[in-house]
Design a protein around this ligand. Sequence first.
Ligand SMILES: *[C@@H]1O[C@H](CO)[C@@H](O)[C@H](O)[C@H]1NC(C)=O
Ligand SMILES: *[C@@H]1O[C@H](CO)[C@@H](O)[C@H](O)[C@H]1NC(C)=O
Ligand SMILES: *[C@@H]1O[C@H](CO)[C@@H](O)[C@H](O)[C@H]1NC(C)=O
Length: 514
Amino acid sequence: MKFLVTVASIALLAVGAAGLPPDRNGGNAADQYLVKSLPQVNFKIPKSWAGSLKVGSGFGTDSLFFWLWEAETQQGKNDLIIWFNGGPACSSLLGLFKIHGPVIFPKAATKPQRNPYSWTRGANVLYIDQPIGTGFSTGTSNNTDNEHNTAAVVKWLDSFFNVFPEMRSKKIHLMGESYAGVFLPYIAKEVQAQKATLKVKLSTLSLGDAFWGNWAAMNNVVALAYIDEHRLSYGTNIPPIMYNVLKQGDKDCGFPAVRAQITYPPSGPIHIPGNPSGANFKRNAPTPPPGYIPERCDFEGGTNTPERLAYIINYTTCYGICDPYDAAYNYYLSPSANREFQPYNINEHGYDNLYSDGAYIAYLNRADVQSAIHTPHIQFNPCNDDLGGLLVSNDRRIQPQPPAYTIVPNLISQGVKVHIFNGILDYVIPHMGQELVLQNTTWGGSQGFSRPPTCDVLRNSKGQQVSQGREERGMSYYTFQNAGHRVAQDDPEGSLQWLIKVVVRGPNAAWAWS
Ligand SMILES: *[C@@H]1O[C@H](CO)[C@@H](O)[C@H](O)[C@H]1NC(C)=O
Ligand SMILES: *[C@@H]1O[C@H](CO)[C@@H](O)[C@H](O)[C@H]1NC(C)=O
Ligand SMILES: *[C@@H]1O[C@H](CO)[C@@H](O)[C@H](O)[C@H]1NC(C)=O
């Protein structure tokens, strides 16, 4: 990774459409966090505040790093988005600098640029690094425990609102992507439980390309449907002999019959054979044929014959048996398959290049940048892989209930709107998984959507359709046809339109660009 050290810092020009009043003590608790300038930023950006803030009493020296950006439009000044990246244990600064912040490093850019479709056009936006050990957040707590981490975020929010009291009265929108689907609904539930003390109004919860339902439903059951939909895409266009093995495996697992139940409206609860509840799909294991080594669950260094693929679907102990999703994923990525599979966006080639995250990481490792945003001077890593691994293995062991079962329906019944969205080009979380989970979820008195989620269409400024969806009884679901896993990075204009029309303003809001 190359570090950029040559360009002098240029004063940041702050524009505030909605100047923040001083805090309730008339003091300047927030002033110490004001970001006065940002190296290499010589264009106008909204006013922002960043730094480490203690979680609060009972949490020792633990602090979470945050970056708060002021809304740059009048219409957004009454809303506060709180954004979480997934991982788990990936910094939300990824969301800021690569996905929807006002200052971004688009594609392979090496210098920060102004994002014309920044989500600050729809709301004030707060990015938080959590749990402790992620990004610039430091401390000593037991950060592998989801319950502890949830409590820490909610406690921290109270501390945050004490420093920025005018933010307490905004409409709050919790939003996250990917693995945030596992933990963010738990945070939303805790915010609701403590809303009297927190004195906040949680308005919406949005989950993008997120894992909020039965894990097997979201991956294993729908893998073949995704592969079929993208059969001619570069990354999934595999030899027929291998494809036929995937198709047979999918059939042997009984998945086509499960997918056939994605109807509008659904006819009843959707059962998956074997009742898988966690990351692994447990069906009665057939006895492995002699000569197979169970540990060798992937193709790396192995042969990629059709027999091996069939074996992996049937017997792997690494992912759980009956797992066409991981079997295919592994096969696509195997060096011997000689493919440039990009699971985050199926139309792209290569694993590392699509999102080119190196430049923003180098930027956040500059001493002058770290000083400007009041971080501890530590190495910035976008994801804490060790911590992420521990969190996932704890989640697999404890198997927290997927939020789709009761947490999300309860939030809706309390008046919190829930917005699900997904990029069509994403293989990490195939969109059919969202549809299967949604049609199996009961909220607002009935199960699933009554009509296909294609009725409402979002268009870009050229009039082209970029997204379709539907809202019923406080839940919406939108798909983005030109986007993969990071929707707002792949379709900045479409996603901003979704933010303003669907989330911040409600479905009938007039669309305005100014
Ligand atoms: C931290 O939390 C994890 C998950 O709940 C638990 O397994 C572990 O024992 C805890 N460690 C300590 C030191 O409390
Ligand atoms: C449907 O939800 C039930 C729990 O309410 C769960 O046991 C089942 O696995 C879910 N099915 C799918 C396809 O997600
Ligand atoms: C995988 O399981 C199916 C169904 O049990 C079986 O028909 C098939 O022969 C198995 N494949 C291998 C390679 O063991």
